[in-house]
Design a protein around this ligand. Structure first.
Ligand code: UDP
Length: 243
């Protein structure tokens, strides 16, 4: 059978969703209305581009290890709590994707047999080849890092062409655009520049170094503008590309 013609430049993409995207307008937890809108957009994007999609979910809308450390909870315990938080978001996302007609599977790097299959590269690749979205929860499965690092390691393991990181701003600026109206957006950045400038808040340095060593491009883009996921996947020059 012939593959349908597509316009997309990127065949397999890893989307990093932060916890804040699950919270929508809320301060905490999961906003199903917002996640439904996102799932609809993903359904349209997959239908239009035929992209194979892996998704890493964050957990900051529920728990971040660093924020509870020194409170009597050990840092590593807090980090595991954060990894479990990503599982909650992943469970919500997979159900809502399925409700929107998108075949999806939840994998996790923190063992949770009742709710998700363990992450394995082989099964992940097979799901992608069969046109299923693979949602990976549990971060890297180890404390002291974040889901940004998990996004890069998973993209490499699943042989993705690039990582696209959804945020609430439309890219990386030379100054904080909230406080500086004259701030200028970078369309393109090098990994070296991002690593050498501590003001540049793209992803944590562990994730950036790993992407640099493995020549994996990262695009930071604004998820709230409808159609942007498709634009990024089709290679339109939006957001900020780090390569
Ligand atoms: N976490 C971890 N190891 C990982 C990924 C996540 O320890 O590989 C923990 C860490 O405490 C982190 C929390 O899980 O703060 C939630 O993940 P993250 O902060 O990356 O979520 P996001 O900012 O994307 O919502």
């Amino acid at each position: 059978m012939q593959t349908p013609p597509t316009t997309q430049t990127h065949k397999r993409v890893l989307l990093k969703l932060s916890g804040e995207q699950f919270a929508g307008d809320r301060e905490y937890g999961v906003d199903p209305i917002f996640v439904n809108k996102l799932a609809q957009e993903l359904a349209e994007t997959i239908a239009a581009t035929n992209v194979q999609l892996a998704i890493i979910v964050g957990g900051g809308n529920i728990m971040r290890g660093a924020s509870v450390a020194k409170s009597g909870i050990e840092r590593a315990t807090g980090d595991y709590m954060g990894m479990l938080a990503t599982l909650i978001n992943g469970m919500a996302l997979v159900d809502i994707l399925k409700a929107n007609g998108v075949p999806a599977r939840l994998q996790t790097r923190v063992r949770s047999d009742q709710v998700a299959e363990p992450f394995t590269r082989g099964r992940g690749l097979r799901h992608l080849e069969k046109g299923r979205v693979v949602v990976v929860a549990g971060g890297t499965g180890t404390p002291y890092v974040t889901t940004d690092t998990a996004a890069v390691t998973t993209a490499l393991e699943l042989e993705c062409d690039m990582v696209i990181k959804a945020t609430k701003v439309d890219g990386v600026y030379d100054k904080d655009p909230k406080n500086h109206p004259e701030a200028v957006k970078h369309d393109n950045l090098t990994f070296g520049k991002v690593l050498s400038d501590p003001e540049m808040n793209v992803m944590d340095n562990a994730a950036i170094s790993l992407a640099m060593d493995n020549h994996l491009p990262i695009v930071i883009f604004d998820l709230l503008t409808r159609g942007n996921i498709r634009r990024v996947i089709e290679g339109e020059n939006i957001g900020t590309k780090v390569s």
